[in-house]
Design a protein around this ligand. Structure first.
Ligand SMILES: [Zn+2]
Length: 76
């Protein structure tokens, strides 16, 4: 009977402490945590000054533009 009680306490402790700790560890190891989603690097167009995502920007060397037209127009 005491074994059953000890198993019950062990399982209760596991659910109370181990599972939240595992979830926290999983959140640290996962680089795409909810807070990071949507946070992307933006750059400023050298022609019109609008901010665009770095992945969508047109580059000319180290200079960023919002579109190919503005790249051809050059810096303002
Ligand atoms: Zn532009």
């Amino acid at each position: 009977m005491i074994k059953l009680l000890l198993w019950g306490i062990a399982i209760w402790l596991a659910f109370k402490y181990a599972l939240p700790a595992l979830r926290r560890l999983n959140g640290i190891q996962n680089p795409q945590s909810p807070r990071d989603k949507g946070a992307q690097d933006t750059v400023r167009c050298a022609h019109c000054g609008v901010y665009v995502l770095r992945s969508e920007a047109v580059t000319d060397g180290s200079v960023y533009y919002c579109s190919d037209g503005h790249r051809q127009a050059g810096r303002s």
